[in-house]
Structures are given as structure tokens and as C-alpha cells.
Design a protein around this ligand. Structure first.
Ligand SMILES: C[S@@+](CC[C@H](N)C(=O)[O-])C[C@H]1O[C@@H](n2cnc3c(N)ncnc32)[C@H](O)[C@@H]1O
Length: 219
């Protein structure tokens, strides 16, 4: 059965409701994804978890340059269950171009990998993701993982602990787990402080979840 169309009002209400929960200055970066379905899954996670933006390193030029055009692409829209409509996505031709843009704008990068990479390594639950006001979290390509260039220019490499016979999680799953932890920590921070470096403590902390029953009917 076809879903009923959402009214403009309910869309606007939901947009207003989720705005204070979005994690400011948090960017998820996907490096050279092979599959539009994986790109769509990450965009879905980004939107659902309240990450501010997605950057895609896209040397194959699978995505359109222009965001308006990009969000209209049927495959990506379907793969992200329309989350691309509500999420800021920017593409870059290369890892270098993306890193240069992030660094110019004061973002610190961390990479993710199931393996030990670079100078500093930590498990997800050990990391303080609120240390830097502007943070970019990188996810590597499906086959080869994160590039050496991204590792070299990042502060650390973060792993989700693995307990099985297989060596890694897929892109959609790993981004969901990692971004859940990162956004949880950063929402808690935003709820307590209005400024960087634990300044601007709020007299009453802001809520960190939208209570059941408070959510409107937009999927
Ligand atoms: C399918 S994995 C890539 C596997 C690849 N063989 C490798 O050596 O990294 C795709 C991406 O998901 C993320 N990922 C997968 N498993 C992870 C884990 N256990 N911890 C952190 N990130 C992980 C990383 O960003 C990785 O580059």
C-alpha cells in the first residue's frame, strides 16, 4: 500500500523539532565508496543520528557536483530511503582535496578501521569525541579500507572491537555504530555547554533525546 503524503506542516514541524538535536560541526566522510547502496546507507545513518553533513570522496564521479541534482538521483535517493533529500552532501574529486577543505576550515579528522593504523589507535568506547569542536570522521572504501593519506593526516584511528571470524564490518553497519557513539557524546556535550572547552555551562541541560510520542509522522 502506498504511504500517505506528509503534509508540508508536519514536515516543517519535524524539521524544527530535530534541529536542536543535530550535532554541530560534525562531518562524516566516506572515502571512495564502490556502491551507491553503501553511500545511501551512510547518508541514512547520518540523517537518522543527527550528524551535520556528509562528504564523499568520489574520484569515479558517481555523484553529481551540485547538491540539488545529487539529491534527485533516483538510485541514491532510494538507497538512502530519501534521507539524501534532508542531508547536506558534498563531493570531492580526491582525498587530498577533501582533507585540504577540512583543514582550511579547522576540522580535525579521525579515521576508522578494524585494523591498527597510524600513530594513535583506540577502541570506539575509549575515545572522547567532544575534544575537538570541529570533527570529521572518516570511513574507508569497501575493499581496501581507509587510505594511507587519510591516516597520515588524522589524529587517530578508531576501531569497533571485533569478536568474530571475519575481519571487518560493512560500511553501513560500521558507520551506524561509530556515529551512534560520536553523536551520543556530542549531544550530551551540547546539552550541557553552549561553547567550546566546557565553557557556557547551561543552568538546565537541554534534552538529549526526543521522547517517544513526541516524534511526528515523518519517516
Ligand atoms: C568493509 S570495511 C573495509 C575492510 C578492509 N578490508 C580494511 O582492511 O579496512 C569498510 C570500512 O568500514 C569501516 N569499518 C569496518 N569495520 C570496522 C571496525 N571494526 N572498526 C572501525 N571501522 C570499521 C572502516 O572505515 C572501513 O574502511
Amino acid at each position: 500500500m502506498e504511504e500517505p503524503k506528509k503534509s508540508k506542516r508536519s514536515v516543517r514541524q519535524r524539521a524544527d523539532q530535530i534541529k536542536p538535536f543535530r550535532c554541530k560541526n560534525l562531518i562524516a566522510v566516506i572515502e571512495d565508496p564502490n556502491s551507491v547502496f553503501n553511500t545511501g546507507s551512510v547518508i541514512r545513518n547520518v540523517n537518522a543520528l543527527g550528524v551535520e553533513k556528509v562528504y564523499v570522496v568520489d574520484p569515479r564521479r558517481a555523484l553529481a557536483d551540485n547538491w540539488e541534482e545529487l539529491r534527485e538521483r533516483a538510485k541514491l535517493s532510494k538507497a538512502s530511503v530519501s534521507a539524501v533529500k534532508w542531508t547536506f552532501v558534498k563531493r570531492f574529486d580526491s582525498t587530498e582535496e577533501c582533507l585540504a577543505h577540512l583543514e582550511k576550515n579547522g576540522f580535525v579528522s579521525v579515521v576508522t578501521s578494524p585494523h591498527v593504523k597510524g600513530k594513535e589507535n583506540a577502541f570506539l568506547h575509549e575515545v572522547d569525541f567532544t575534544k575537538h569542536a570541529k570533527l570529521a570522521v572518516w570511513f574507508g572504501t569497501e575493499s581496501k579500507g581507509i587510505s594511507e593519506l587519510a591516516v597520515d593526516r588524522s589524529e587517530m584511528c578508531v576501531s569497533v572491537p571485533m569478536f568474530g571470524m571475519i575481519e571487518s564490518l560493512n560500511l553501513g553497519t560500521s558507520s551506524g555504530i561509530v556515529l551512534y557513539e560520536v553523536t551520543k557524546q556530542r549531544r550530551e556535550y551540547q546539552s550541557k555547554y553552549s561553547k567550546r572547552k566546557k565553557r557556557g555551562e547551561r543552568s538546565t541541560p537541554l534534552p538529549v533525546v526526543i521522547q517517544h510520542g513526541e516524534d511526528s509522522d515523518v519517516d
